[in-house]
Design a binder for this molecule. Structure first.
Ligand SMILES: Nc1ncnc2c1ncn2[C@@H]1O[C@H](COP(=O)(O)OP(=O)(O)OP(=O)(O)O)[C@@H](O)[C@H]1O
Ligand SMILES: [Mg+2]
Length: 234
């Protein structure tokens, strides 16, 4: 059984159909890429899965059970964690306290201090989060997400704002996290190099609709995908 099943989800904002009957699934242990031009509906999909938004139609199931009756805190308790497109840390709080917040609703065997060693930030644990460079803040967010011992980790543009070297390291690190913590990962990303080198399968959205799915190589060569990205640049 798939760990996550998004089934025929529609989400409207007034006249905008941000998601239009979108379905995709993630199997245990997979890294699933979710790509598409700006405004395609990727972050909306994350917000529906984490129950910040209620879909107008469709269902989201985790371990076979619908999440639609579950509040956002309950989603964390079931084992889903995320990072945000624009880093959302408690800016005045220390790095360590930010990671402790992640362990509030659910925790694993590793302490927040352990997780800071894992993301190589232990020496900065007492620094206010806002003082750190953007790429470092993104690692704090990763540690905070891991602090709730997730089974499913949603990453919304983890490469956004990172340097070339940081992105190269990130790809390796996402796979290492998947292996070390037995995660399933949903990866929203514009950085195609990262998606192609990291994802096992990729789903492509455009204007709220799913236009393609397959291996990274399959979607890269897909006519509809190429047109969607060219259209977005025009
Ligand atoms: N809370 C909201 N209220 C109104 N419209 C929204 C809201 N959230 C998203 N939208 C709209 O839904 C559509 C999909 O937005 P979404 O943020 O999901 O796109 P995205 O694929 O994440 O894009 P990007 O790559 O730029 O982050 C856009 O037209 C956006 O303006
Ligand atoms: Mg987005």
């Amino acid at each position: 059984m798939a760990l996550l099943e998004v089934e025929n989800v529609t989400k409207r904002f007034g006249g905008i159909v941000a998601l239009d009957g979108v379905s995709f699934a993630a199997e245990p242990g997979e890294i699933v890429g979710l790509i598409g031009p700006n405004g395609a509906g990727k972050t909306t999909a994350f917000n529906v899965i984490t129950r910040l938004y209620t879909p107008d139609a469709g269902d989201v199931r985790f371990e076979g059970k619908s999440l639609l009756g579950v509040p956002p805190s309950g989603v964390v308790r079931r084992g889903i964690a995320r990072t945000f497109q624009n880093v959302e840390l408690f800016r005045g709080m220390s790095v360590l306290d930010n990671v402790r917040v992640g362990a509030h609703a659910r925790r694993g065997e590793q302490t927040p201090e352990d997780l800071l060693y894992y993301v190589n930030l232990h020496s900065l644990r007492y620094r206010p989060a806002a003082e750190l460079p953007y790429g470092t803040q993104k690692r704090v967010e990763l540690a905070r997400a891991l602090a709730s011992a997730p089974r499913l980790l949603l990453l919304d543009e983890p490469a956004g704002g990172l340097s070339h070297e940081e992105v190269e390291h990130l790809g390796t690190f996402i796979k290492r996290m998947r292996d070390d913590y037995e995660l399933t990962v949903l990866l929203v990303e514009h950085h195609m190099g990262l998606v192609m080198s990291t994802a096992d399968r990729v789903h492509v959205l455009d204007f709220g609709r799913k236009i393609a799915e397959g291996t990274p190589a399959e979607v890269r060569g897909d006519k509809n995908v190429i047109e969607a990205y060219l259209g977005a640049e025009a």
